[in-house]
Design a protein around this ligand. Structure first.
Ligand SMILES: CCCCCCCCCCCCC/C=C/[C@@H](O)[C@H](COP(=O)(O)O)NC(=O)CCCCC
Ligand SMILES: Nc1ncnc2c1ncn2[C@@H]1O[C@H](COP(=O)(O)OP(=O)(O)O)[C@@H](O)[C@H]1O
Ligand SMILES: [Ca+2]
Length: 582
């Protein structure tokens, strides 16, 4: 195969002549008219080539092509500053049109052969109201021209309502798509996540509501173009919030598996989460922030301050099923980086009969069914917050995240328990998220690596939840009965989508009851709410289970930024390995 692809000839870049070779996995070109010692070689891995097109192509701010006979343009993804990627573009001139066509054909074949996960057709959802409301602009000016250069055809849907993307993925024909891209924030990602997981289970005939069921991993990849408020999933899987870097990861078909947490109440599937399932502080911040959406991303800073000042803690019983402590620990001070060993070993455990990711989906074994279940641990008391995260949940506010040593794809989550403490101590805990100081090295904080978690209220508290909701319902003229109806309606998988819609409508005014009572009625609420990746859950008592590598993103995890930095310093010194080009 490699010999078929090999091509070698003279090419010009500007007015300099080069000897160019396409060999197996690399495209290399070396200055031809210099003495051997002075010759510089540029070597581009085929996997990093974005696309090739005949003519002289300009890409940004808009794609334009000057249709010439003997030229072709190649684009590659390259790292500019550490994790930030940009498009490198080179215009080559050939001695003849025939040779030019040979080069473009060979390069296109090499791309197909060496990067099988590159998408050809994508379904793109844009939330025009996410973050600073720039989703449309970001997509059309920064991403679409790159997709075009890469030969990707995209079907773009600008959403007109919440949950449109999820419903589309649950019901419409998805034949021919290689992946789904969301342009927006964590909420938009969550819609796509729910749509794809739901669709995959429907097609596999699996019942999502049963927490013991081993779910089928989704065959379509998810790409995220960040245009939201927190953009935690993008930050934690790419390392930067940059639409161009994310688009380039999508184009070259990077693939990052991701653990997903399913959240259940009684026999209901409530939601899925990849970043934060948080009770107490994070739930209260979200409930408060919903009233200030007009502030955009700043709503979280404002609400964080309001909630911090209200100085609340909540009673609860937390039970958890620890993960195998021999595999890793949330306090081991390691980071889950690109090619992470802990995650790779987990892939072998989860998919024992496959050697390549292409055939991964046929033999999924969950950690549940593979491992012995182990012993549940139970703790009870008052908590400032209880958080469960499947990954580090790093974001611009907290560059190392809620749990800096959590893994993206190890089949476990980290449970963080912050016991009630003095307000200044809690502030210290929060503040440590913004630096490299260890937020777990505090006497009132515990962190456990877990496979499942159950949260319940001490006896009698569930009644207080209903009282709180009833109180607010009376104030807004609603019926408490609807809450109970929703619980009992959610029995079957077919009703899931509808029940989620109903619950969310209900969320808007009923489940924030305890919070509103706390802030408006000056009464400290007995219960908080759960923040599940930016959505308020309609239940307080929940059961969470981590599903290893249930979805795949077009990303590659965090590359070691220090190594990348060294590389760009070397390029300054013109070391051949790292030579960058225009
Ligand atoms: C004194 C300084 C205090 C700083 C505290 C920093 C802690 C930050 C941890 C943030 C974890 C974020 C986990 C992700 C949550 C998102 O899913 C959710 C929705 O995002 P989006 O759809 O983009 O709106 N975001 C939040 O819940 C915001 C939490 C902010 C807490 C201050
Ligand atoms: N056209 C729309 N109108 C209103 N809400 C929408 C629309 N499209 C998506 N949404 C919802 O908006 C919420 C927030 O979107 P997101 O893109 O995450 O922005 P942010 O990060 O600012 O919260 C999501 O929960 C999503 O379901
Ligand atoms: Ca994990």
């Amino acid at each position: 195969m490699e010999t078929d692809l090999r091509l070698e000839s003279s090419l010009w870049i500007g007015n300099k002549r080069y000897r160019a070779v396409l060999t197996g996995w690399h495209l290399k070109w070396t200055e031809a008219d210099k003495k051997n010692g002075d010759k510089k070689t540029v070597s581009v891995p085929v996997a990093e080539v974005v696309g090739v097109e005949n003519g002289r192509v300009e890409i940004l701010p808009q794609k334009s092509v000057e249709d010439t006979d003997k030229d072709f343009t190649g684009g590659r993804s390259r790292s500019t500053y550490g994790l930030l990627w940009s498009l490198g573009r080179t215009q080559f001139s050939c001695p003849s049109r025939v040779l030019r066509d040979q080069w473009t054909n060979h390069l296109r074949t090499a791309l197909k052969t060496h990067s099988p996960l590159r998408p050809h057709r994508l379904l793109v959802f844009i939330n025009p109201f996410g973050g600073k409301k720039k989703g449309r602009e970001i997509y059309h000016s920064l991403v679409a021209p790159l997709f075009e250069l890469a030969g990707i055809s995209s079907h773009v849907i600008v959403t007109e309502r919440a949950n449109q993307a999820r419903d589309h993925l649950l019901k419409k024909d998805l034949t021919g798509f290689d992946g789904v891209v969301c342009v927006g924030g964590d909420g938009m990602f969550s819609e796509v996540l729910h749509g794809l997981i739901g669709r995959t289970q429907q097609e596999a005939g699996l019942c999502e509501t049963d927490p013991a069921v081993t779910l089928q991993p989704c065959p379509l990849h998810i790409g995220i173009i960040p245009a939201g408020s927190t953009d935690c999933v993008c930050y934690a899987t790419v390392g930067v919030i940059d639409p161009v870097s994310s688009a380039l990861h999508i184009i070259i078909g990077d693939s990052q598996p991701l653990d997903v947490c399913s959240v259940h109440h009684a026999s209901t599937l409530v939601r899925y989460s990849v970043s934060l399932v948080g009770y107490g502080f994070y739930g209260d911040v979200l409930a408060e922030s919903e009233k200030h959406r007009w502030m955009g991303p700043l709503r979280y800073d404002y609400s964080g301050t309001v909630v911090y000042l209200s100085n609340r803690s909540y009673a609860g019983i937390v039970q958890y099923l620890p993960a195998d402590p021999l595999l890793s620990s949330p306090k081991d001070k390691t980071r889950c980086l690109s090619g992470c060993n802990v995650c790779s070993r987990s892939t072998e455990r989860l998919f024992p009969h496959t050697s390549d990711s292409g055939s991964l989906y046929s033999s999924h074994f969950s950690q549940y069914s593979n491992d012995s279940e182990g012993e549940w641990v139970s703790v009870e008391g008052r908590f400032r917050c209880v958080s469960i995260t499947c990954m580090s949940s790093s974001c611009a506010r907290s560059p190392l995240g809620l749990s800096p040593s959590a893994h993206l794809a190890d089949g476990t989550g980290d449970l963080i328990l912050v016991w009630d403490t003095h307000p200044l101590s809690f502030l210290k805990f929060l503040y440590r998220h913004t630096s490299t100081q260890d937020q777990f090295d505090l006497p009132f904080v515990e962190v456990h690596r877990v496979k499942a978690v159950r949260f319940s209220l001490p006896d009698g508290r569930e009644e207080e939840v209903h009282e709180g909701i009833g109180e607010l319902n009376r104030a807004i003229g609603g019926e408490e009965r609807e809450y109970v109806d929703t619980v009992s309606r959610n029995g079957s998988q077919q009703q899931l989508a509808q029940s989620v819609v109903e619950r969310e409508t209900m969320n808007e005014h009923k489940t924030v009851a305890p919070i509103l009572c706390g802030l408006c009625c000056k009464k400290t609420p007995a219960v908080s709410v759960w923040n599940c990746d930016g959505e308020i859950l309609p239940f307080t008592e929940i059961f969470c289970r981590i599903h290893g590598q249930l979805v795949r993103l077009y990303a590659r995890g965090i590359e070691d930024a220090a190594a990348m930095q060294n590389c760009s310093q070397e390029s300054d010194k013109n070391k051949s390995r790292c030579i960058t080009y225009k």
